[in-house]
Ligand binder design. Structure first.
Ligand SMILES: Cc1cc2nc3c(=O)[nH]c(=O)nc-3n(C[C@H](O)[C@H](O)[C@H](O)COP(=O)(O)O)c2cc1C
Length: 181
């Protein structure tokens, strides 16, 4: 096949794809298609406790055991993570949809009120951990890299709890129960 024919075929294939400008709205639209595992980030003690629902928690490496989470710098959670130097990463399941909504700030709950309805214990790092989480990973902050609107928090794993069930998935603006598929 000569170069011209190859090129024409390539362009024809591309013409079938929809091109969009590389802006925030289209990036959000692209990312909505990506299913993300839901975790609740917890930090602080007593009345200073707060937290956030995230899909950005993932492993940086397993050896050494390091997690990373991308947190909005303007969220109520980042200053508490920074102050206490710890974070609980609670991987949640379908039973925790209400809690996930609370920690996403839906319903207007803030700080310790977001913990309402859950059973909590204190982890090695001092962070609160959800007793019946699918799994919970307790971290101390190793490094925090502030970039643009967010901060990439690298957590050194200090304790791990493994429960039962499947992680809740968030895709196209709603939760999906993986176990029900
Ligand atoms: C499914 C889901 C995933 C989210 N993922 C993130 C995330 O990775 N990082 C983040 O900073 N906020 C994320 N958010 C938003 C936070 O949960 C929310 O902004 C925060 O808890 C509320 O902010 P506030 O504490 O300042 O009220 C997510 C929300 C939802 C519903």
């Amino acid at each position: 096949m000569n170069a011209h024919v190859e090129n024409t075929l390539f362009n024809d294939r591309n013409a079938a794809l929809l091109d969009h400008p590389a802006d925030a709205d289209h990036l959000k639209a692209a990312l909505r298609t990506l299913g993300g595992g839901v975790s609740i980030i917890t930090a602080g003690e007593g009345e200073a406790r707060t937290g956030a629902t995230v899909t950005s928690a993932t492993a940086l490496s397993v050896e050494p055991a390091r997690m990373l989470v991308s947190l909005n710098r303007s969220s109520s959670t980042w200053p508490v993570v920074e102050r206490y130097g710890h974070l609980g990463i609670n991987i949640v399941g379908a039973d925790h949809e209400t809690l996930a909504d609370q920690f996403a700030g839906r319903g207007g709950l803030r700080g310790p009120d977001r913990y309402r309805g859950g059973e909590w214990t204190t982890a090695v790092s001092g962070a609160p951990l959800l007793v019946d989480a699918v799994a919970a990973i307790d971290c101390v902050v190793e490094e925090a890299i502030e970039r643009h609107s967010h901060v990439i928090v690298i957590g050194r794993v200090v304790a791990i709890r493994i429960g039962t069930g499947h992680s809740l998935l968030y895709q196209n603006g709603r939760y999906h129960d993986v176990a029900a598929r």
